[in-house]
Design a binder for this molecule. Structure first.
Ligand SMILES: [Zn+2]
Ligand SMILES: [Zn+2]
Length: 227
């Protein structure tokens, strides 16, 4: 094992319990509760987060699978990802996501194409990097899947979603997404997975899925680390 200078300055500690060794220790991970799988439209239970047949809308997303509840060590890790040790925490989160997602073969079946939520360019700069995008890139790579971060792009600048109600959120995002059809039109028959770190109302994923479906994509799923 190589000991690096950074390890002296910032010893690796679990973001959940403070124990040394890893950012996400095995004990905290074993205590982490899985997310309850629900239909994104009605929020009632549904196997693997598939959208109920009766809830399915025209141009609606086919399902959203979430791995963990947004609490405990996962929540802390996703938050710290924004501020410190980003690279190594990211690596540990990606590893855990890959381990969990592989067991749910239905989600990653059919050699899917991964994509992520496009941030507006100025926001991306403000944050320094696109956190969910980096996770999506590494997770898809580990799974042997393709990753097209520019599959869906933002048409115009929107006000941040934070602080908006459900209706306002959806209005704020209406028709802001555009599919890069010149580049990816040939992939319409393939399964698309929109990856995000945290899903709350699912509005963003649903709007992205709508843009993809309108552009002729058949099979669009969402995958999130936590809900
Ligand atoms: Zn721990
Ligand atoms: Zn439903």
């Amino acid at each position: 094992m190589t000991v690096r200078f950074a390890d002296f300055l910032f010893p690796k500690q679990c973001v959940g319990c403070g124990r040394g060794g890893k950012f996400l220790c095995d004990r905290c991970l074993s205590l982490q509760l899985p997310a309850s799988q629900v239909c994104i439209e009605c929020e009632r239970p549904s196997v693997d987060g598939i959208t109920h047949y009766r809830c399915k809308r025209r141009h609606g997303i086919d399902g959203v699978y979430c791995l963990w509840r947004y609490d405990g060590v996962i929540r802390k890790a996703l938050i710290s990802l924004k501020y410190r040790f980003a690279f190594e925490i990211e690596e540990e989160i990606s590893k855990q996501v890959v381990r969990s997602v592989i067991k749910r073969s239905v989600v990653v079946s059919h050699n899917p194409i991964f994509t992520c939520v496009p941030l507006h360019i100025s926001r991306e700069r403000w944050r320094g990097f696109n956190q969910a995008g980096i996770l999506a890139m590494n997770i898809s790579k580990s799974l042997g899947c393709r990753f097209f971060p520019d599959l869906v792009v933002r048409k115009k600048k929107t006000t941040p979603q934070v602080g908006l109600g459900k209706k306002e959120r959806s209005k704020n995002l209406r028709d802001v997404f555009e599919v890069n059809i010149d580049r990816y039109g040939d992939c319409r028959k393939e399964k698309i997975i929109i990856f995000d770190d945290v899903v709350t109302t699912g509005t963003t994923m649903k709007e992205m899925a709508k843009a993809l479906k309108k552009a002729g994509f058949d099979n669009v799923w969402g995958l999130a680390v936590a809900r």
